[in-house]
Design a protein around this ligand. Structure first.
Ligand code: E4P
Length: 231
């Protein structure tokens, strides 16, 4: 399962890159608005920073024709742009208009299996079922991903499934069990997956004990070779 970040925050992206786990980025108009930056400047910076991995940027028109036009414009920005289209009648029409143009697409705001079937049948590059937002509204989110993955493998769709709208590490584990191709995470969830107070406490103990080891000052200088000790 590939890990994407669901953010437009440069510092968060840099931290995830440093950990070597970042394989792509998703954004939406709300995420972009949070940064308060000129859109094209921000989009360019994101594409450069995350390259060669994909960056999803969302269209904001309400008509299929308008969405397709915005999709063509924004995908010309960089090779790794993926255009997010809403999974509604106009979004599906936009997907159809873009067919054969080489524009990569991410059909977003998926809350039902039937929407996922249509988006995959329409040839979306990615689809994004929204787990957290379903569960916020009292529905079961994980069943949606499970159903989509079963249908995906039964019909061998080429679309990749991005489990989106994630609230905590437990959801990430459950999503991984479904075989979803990708999970997109807020940075806070990624950090929670890694941080563990037991790791911190036990590391402190190791490092305190290290202070009692003779010759520790020379331990990592790389000056001694095995042949010098006769091996
Ligand atoms: C995915 O592409 C969306 O940007 C995102 O996961 C929405 O998540 P939210 O429900 O946390 O806003």
């Amino acid at each position: 399962m590939n890990i994407f970040l669901d953010t437009a925050n440069i510092e968060e992206i840099k931290k995830a890159k440093r950990w070597g786990v970042l394989r792509g980025l998703t954004t939406n108009p709300s995420i972009v608005a949070r940064e308060g930056k000129e859109f094209l400047d921000l989009a360019t910076e994101l594409c450069e920073l995350v390259s060669p991995f994909p960056v999803s940027l969302e269209v904001v028109d309400r008509t299929g024709e308008g969405m397709a036009e915005q999709a063509r414009a924004i995908s010309a920005l960089a090779r790794n742009v993926v255009v997010k289209l809403p999974t509604n009648p106009e979004g599906l029409a936009a997907l159809n208009l873009l067919k054969g143009e080489g524009v990569k697409t991410n059909l977003t705001l998926i809350f039902s299996t039937s929407q996922a079937i249509l988006a995959m049948s329409g040839g979306a590059t990615y689809i994004s079922p929204f787990i957290g937002r379903l569960e916020d509204r009292g529905y079961e989110g994980m069943g949606l991903v499970r159903d989509i993955m079963n249908i995906h493998s039964a019909y061998n769709f080429k679309t990749e499934v991005i489990a989106a709208s994630i609230r905590d590490p437990h959801q990430v584990i459950e999503i991984a069990k479904t075989g979803a191709h990708i999970v997109t995470l807020p940075f806070a969830v990624l950090e929670k997956m890694l941080l563990n107070t037991m790791t911190d406490a036990d590391l402190d103990k190791f490092l305190n004990d290290w202070e009692k080891v003779p010759g520790r000052e020379n331990a990592f200088k790389g000056t001694r070779r095995l042949e010098k000790v006769g091996a």
